[in-house]
Design a protein around this ligand. Structure first.
Ligand SMILES: Cc1cc2nc3c(=O)[nH]c(=O)nc-3n(C[C@H](O)[C@H](O)[C@H](O)COP(=O)(O)O)c2cc1C
Length: 367
C-alpha cells in the first residue's frame, strides 16, 4: 500500500490542568498504566497543557478556517491532527472544566472532528463529573464524539501523597474507557477521509488503503469478479480466488486506493510502476453503484498518481468484459494485445498525455 495508516489508533492523553502542584499528571500516568494503553493503542501522546503553554487564544481568524498566524497554534494543530482519539484527564473547577482545557479546545477546529473522546475526571464530591458534562457540550460542537464509558475518581478515596492509589482506583474502568475509545475510533476513521469534491456521486471519499480496509476489499473484489466470471464464462480469474493473505501480500507492492460512501467501501483500484509503465488494476465498483461514473473517475485518479517518468498506462480485463473494454476505450485506451493463448484476457494501453522525457521499459501488467 502506498501508505498504511495502521490498525491501532494514536491516542492523545490530554492533561487538562496547569497549576503548580497539580494532580493532573499523576492521574494521567495512572490511566496510561492501568489501561495498559501503551500495549493496546498505536501510540500514546501525553500532552500536558502546562508544558504546551498555549497563551489565551490569540489567533485573529476563526479556527474553522485553519489559517494560523502563530507558531504555537501550528504546533498544537499538528499534534492534535496526528491523534486518532483523545483521553481528556480533567479536574473540576467551580463545577466546570478548567479554563486551560476550554482554551486548548477553542484553538482548533477540524483537527478535533470525527474523533472519539473519553474522560478521566477527578475531584471532590462529584469526582469531576460536572466538568465532564460541561466539556461534552463543547466537544460535540467541535464534532468530537464523546464515548459513554468514563472514569471518575473521588480524590479522597483514590489519591494518597499526590499519587493515584493503584489499590483504590478502578483499573477495570480505565481499561473499559480505552477499549470503547479504540472501538469508536475505528468506526469513525472512514468519516475523516476527505470528501472528494470532483466525484460523480456526492459524499464519496477517496484515500490510500490501510490495513483495516483489506478485509472489506477482499469481499468487494470477490463480489465484483463474480460478474467477470459470468460474462467471461470462466472461473479461472485470480481476483476471484485470492485469499486474504494473497491480498495482503500484493497490497505491499501496489499502491491501493479505496473509495467509501458514508463509511461503506464501494470502490477500489491499485497501481504500480514497472519501468515507464503505470500498471493499473483491480478497478472495482460495487454493483449497486455501477453506471454512475465512479469507475471512470477512479481510473482518472489512478492515472493522475503515476510517478514522473511514466510514459504509458496499462491494464488488463477479460476479453468478454465488454462493459470494461468500452469504459477503457472511451477514456483513450486501445487493445494492444488481443488476448492470451487461452483467449481470456486483453491488454489495453494508453500513452500518458504529457510525454515524460525518460525512456521506459515496457513491462506486461499482471492481472
Ligand atoms: C480553582 C479550583 C476550583 C475547584 N473547584 C472544584 C469543584 O467545583 N468541584 C470539586 O470537586 N473540586 C474542586 N476543586 C478541587 C479540585 O478537584 C482539586 O484541587 C484537584 O486536585 C484539582 O486538579 P489539579 O490538581 O489537577 O489542578 C477546585 C480546585 C481549584 C484549584
Amino acid at each position: 500500500m502506498s501508505s498504511d495508516t495502521g490498525t491501532r489508533p494514536r491516542v492523545m492523553v490530554l492533561v487538562a490542568s496547569s497549576r503548580p502542584g497539580r494532580l493532573g499528571p499523576a492521574v494521567a500516568r495512572w490511566f496510561v498504566t492501568a489501561s495498559a494503553a501503551e500495549d493496546v493503542a498505536g501510540s500514546i501522546d501525553l500532552a500536558d497543557l502546562a508544558e504546551i503553554g498555549l497563551p489565551m487564544l490569540d489567533e485573529p481568524e476563526h479556527p474553522a478556517g485553519g489559517v494560523y498566524r502563530h507558531e504555537h497554534t501550528r504546533r498544537w494543530s499538528e499534534r492534535v491532527a496526528a491523534a486518532d482519539a483523545f483521553i481528556v484527564v480533567t479536574p473540576e473547577y467551580n463545577y466546570g472544566m478548567p479554563a486551560v482545557l476550554k482554551n486548548a479546545l477553542d484553538y482548533l477546529y477540524a483537527e478535533w472532528a470525527w474523533k472519539p473522546v473519553g474522560f478521566v475526571s477527578y475531584g471532590n464530591t462529584s469526582a469531576g463529573t460536572r466538568s465532564v458534562q460541561m466539556a461534552k457540550q463543547v466537544v460535540t460542537t467541535l464534532r468530537m464524539v464523546p464515548i459513554g464509558a468514563t472514569v471518575a475518581l473521588r480524590i479522597t478515596d483514590t489519591v494518597h501523597d499526590g499519587q493515584v492509589r493503584a489499590d483504590a482506583a478502578p483499573a477495570g474502568a480505565a481499561t473499559a474507557v480505552l477499549t470503547e475509545l479504540l472501538h469508536v475510533a475505528a468506526a469513525l476513521r472512514p468519516l475523516r477521509a476527505p470528501v472528494a469534491t470532483d466525484a460523480p456521486v456526492a459524499e464519496l471519499s477517496l484515500a490510500p488503503a490501510a490495513t483495516d480496509d483489506l478485509a472489506e476489499l477482499l469481499v468487494l473484489q470477490r463480489c465484483c469478479w463474480v460478474q467477470e466470471a459470468i460474462v467471461n464464462d470462466t472461473l479461472d480469474i485470480p481476483a476471484l480466488h485470492e485469499t486474504f493473505d494473497d491480498l495482503r501480500a500484493w497490497a505491499v507492492s501496489w499502491q491501493v486506493w479505496t473509495v467509501r460512501l458514508h463509511g461503506r467501501l464501494v470502490a477500489a483500484v491499485r497501481a504500480r510502476a514497472a519501468g515507464g509503465v503505470w500498471e493499473i488494476g483491480r478497478l472495482m465498483v460495487a454493483p449497486d453503484l455501477a453506471g454512475q461514473g465512479i469507475g471512470r473517475w477512479l481510473l482518472a485518479y489512478a492515472e493522475s498518481q503515476a510517478p514522473r517518468g511514466t510514459t504509458s498506462f496499462a491494464l488488463v480485463t477479460g476479453s468478454c468484459s465488454s462493459r470494461n473494454i468500452d469504459l477503457y476505450q472511451r477514456t483513450g485506451y486501445r487493445i494492444t494485445s488481443p488476448s492470451t493463448e487461452a483467449n481470456t484476457i486483453v491488454l489495453l494501453t494508453k500513452d500518458r498525455p504529457e510525454p515524460a522525457p525518460e525512456s521506459s521499459l515496457q513491462a506486461a501488467p499482471s492481472r
